[in-house]
Ligand binder design. Structure first.
Ligand SMILES: *Cc1c(COP(=O)(O)O)cnc(C)c1O
Length: 361
């Protein structure tokens, strides 16, 4: 086997090594089928079991009960930006959005392009999205309130979800789904592109409360209606079989190896403390997000100047650490430390950061 790096990629991102091993082990002969999972029919018993496992594990991990459906929809999180207003805006009712960065901005744009009555009830754009807004009013006539739980590019995360009263919350959890436990009951819909925290790219997981399905207009194209995916158990057409299979293995790892989302959250908090405590005592590295808004998934930071940032990224690559360059729209550095990134990887990074600082000083 070639040498594996410490992977700090923002997405697609690190997967648990045991999951990759499991894929490799059963690749040529999936469960006695004599075929790989890449080759079996999506209408076969083999794939049925995979789909059921992915759905049931999601329900158990998030404590969903019977009030929610778990769907897999191609098109990534970006197609959800479009499907949500299209399916759930209840005709003419206003739709409310909180703007906390690049992905929220895109979600808002996709609602506006459809002519929806979009209200941006809060935004942190005034300080380059470096914080999570606190003071805002949720209006009772909104069809829903949309927000982004973790801002992958800006490195901020909601520590406490917004209180929307009776208005259903809709959340883009692409980059922190399954990283901690939370109460799902205020949520009408949760979605996530798989490629940050739960699998490879190619599908979004959509968790929809059953009453929300009643909002879906009849006269939409089949592939753009949540009801199509619900009625056909995400198999109206050929689903992203390999992606869903990998998700089922990652969720098995979360349940059986990690031991559930409370433990995962504790580990993620430990990882976050290792790197943020280091940044806070350093006068060389500066975190870009307000302390009370920091993300436990994407740690964004700057060095004293851009030359040093470039050098830093180059040297991390030589040290077997990948993905530390900040998003092209913001610059700086970013360490994405999703579920599958171990505390040892974080410690190795922090050790390197210390050495790099000493060499420059
Ligand atoms: C990556 C990301 C997206 C885009 O996901 P795609 O699956 O590529 O469409 C949307 N929202 C957030 C928060 C993300 O991190």
């Amino acid at each position: 086997m070639g040498k594996r790096i410490h992977n700090f990629n923002a997405g697609p991102a690190a997967l648990p090594l045991s999951v990759l091993d499991e894929i490799q082990e059963e690749l040529l002969d999936f469960k006695g089928s004599g075929m790989s999972i890449l080759e079996v029919s999506h209408r076969s018993k083999w794939f049925d079991d995979v789909m059921n496992e992915a759905v049931e594990r999601t329900k158990r991990l998030l404590n969903l009960g019977n009030g929610y459906r778990v769907l897999f929809v191609q098109g990534g999180a970006s197609l959800q930006f479009c499907m949500i207003p299209m399916n759930l805006s209840l005709g003419g009712r206003p739709v409310d959005y909180i703007n906390t960065g690049t992905w929220s901005t895109k979600a808002i744009k996709e609602a506006k392009v459809q002519g929806k009555d979009v209200r941006e009830i809060a935004s942190s754009e005034d300080r380059n999205f470096s914080y999570i807004p606190k003071d805002f009013q949720v209006d009772g006539d909104a069809a829903y309130l949309h927000f982004t739980s973790n801002n992958t590019i800006k490195g901020t995360q909601w520590a406490q979800f917004p209180d929307s009263g009776d208005i259903p919350l809709i959340c883009d959890m692409s980059s922190d789904i399954m990283s901690h436990s939370f109460d799902v009951s205020p949520f009408g819909l949760i979605y996530a592109g798989a490629q940050k925290n739960i699998g490879p790219s190619g599908t979004a997981i959509v968790i929809i409360r059953k009453d929300m399905l009643e909002r879906v207009p009849e006269n939409l194209p089949a592939m753009l209606k949540y009801t199509t995916f619900a009625e056909k158990d995400s198999m109206f057409n050929t689903p992203a079989c390999f992606v869903i299979y990998t998700i089922s293995l990652v969720l098995k790892w979360l349940e059986e190896t990690v031991g559930g989302l409370e433990t995962m959250e504790r580990i993620n908090r430990e990882k976050g403390a290792v790197i943020y405590d280091f940044i806070d005592q350093s006068d060389f590295y500066t975190g870009t997000a307000d302390k009370d808004s920091r993300s436990l998934m994407n740690v964004t930071f700057r060095l004293p100047d851009e030359m040093l940032e470039k050098k830093f990224v180059e040297e991390t690559l030589k040290e077997g650490m990948g993905g530390l360059k900040g998003h092209r729209s913001v610059g700086g550095c970013r360490a994405s430390i999703y579920n599958a990134t171990s505390i040892d990887a974080v410690k190795a990074l922090v050790e390197f950061m210390g050495e790099f600082q000493r060499k420059q000083g």
